[in-house]
Ligand binder design. Sequence first.
Ligand code: PA5
Length: 428
Amino acid sequence: MSVKYYYSNVLKYVSNEEIDSLEAKALDARSKLLNKTGKGNDFVGWVKWPREITQSEVDDIITTANDLRKLGNILVVCGIGGSYLGTKACDSMLSDYYDNNPYKLIYSGKSFSSTEMSETLEYLKDKDFSVVCISKSGSTTETAISFRFLRNLLKKKYPTDYNKHIVAITSKENSSLDTLSKKEGYKEFFIPDDIGGRYSVLTAVGLMPLAFRGYAINKILSGAKDALDEFEKKDFSENPMLKYASVRILLSAKGYSVELLAAYEEKLRYIGEWWKQLFGESEGKEHKGIFPASVIYSTDLHSMGQYVQDGQRFLFETVLNIRNPKFDIVNGFDQDDIDNLNYLFGKKLDYVNRQAMTATAIAHVEGGVSNAIIDIEKLDEYNFGYLVYFFMASCGVSGYLLDVNPFNQEGVEAYKKEMFKLLGKPIK
Ligand code: PA5
């Protein structure tokens, strides 16, 4: 088992008996996901997807990524929400702080920032690049506007074969991106109809750009497959996904309505961003749902730590712990010890980080914030795949425990409706 869930620091807030009392409901939620019988059951294609994606699709993704690499070392990922956050989460988790990888991903189509768009076009104008436009609906305005700018730049740079620099990832039906793609002859991948944006990182949506960066996408899928096995086979007492979902629902029922996902490693910042979309968009319905927030400790202990320790008591913490850091380093000795650090001489820096984590847990639990741990073996492709599946399965169960449909996002339409009115978009 590569991802574990420890919740002894929750038991002051929620008892083992209370957790066990959710066993039947959690198992029922799991069956509904596996058998496609729950709310939103036409959007649970992700549940068995790690087993269902074919090796020939994976090979096609890798070949396409390699073809794009021959055309330039930059791939622009043009997409918003679930169409880019999983890619960014994986790349941030696995790439080096000072990255020498010549193949770069840059992101576009995720806002209406005129400054970002202008600077992106300026940055790209004298570079060789390609674009992967990712939109399940094929009509998301942020992405479509950005794609038009990028497409026009590609047309200017490569008048005869600009279409070779473009890959479209979208739906087979009713997608204007698909129509455009067919007209202009882009390479296309299709997002299965029954997999929604925030559950799509293990499809071409995430795998294509990640293959361009050089990640072993087969290993990502193999981690996800093992997580699916665990989700399917382990009973309640040993199933970390069912336990995590149950604990968070019990905490929220007691008034702890904000979950703070904390990590002691900057590389997990975008896992937090991806996780916030996954849980926020899945659960925030019918005036229900836990508000997902994220922090990076110990950095944010110096900004948000005061609030967590002493502010309003509606928070509970879930900490992402990495069992084996990629690198470790030993604290040195200084003759003068003016900085008073010789007491740490010979101790590893990861040991210090770990003590900070344990100490913070003690202080927060004392102060009224429960503190569970999701433990990841190490930062690699396999564990990324395992972790994202762990969260998606937990989120599905958690949504069903809340009795909402975790797979729609009707609320997102409200701002669009108002915005289109203001922009004068013609009604078709
Ligand atoms: O989870 C979802 O479905 C959404 O958040 C989408 O990922 C996001 O809105 C982008 O949509 P699309 O891929 O259709 O452009």
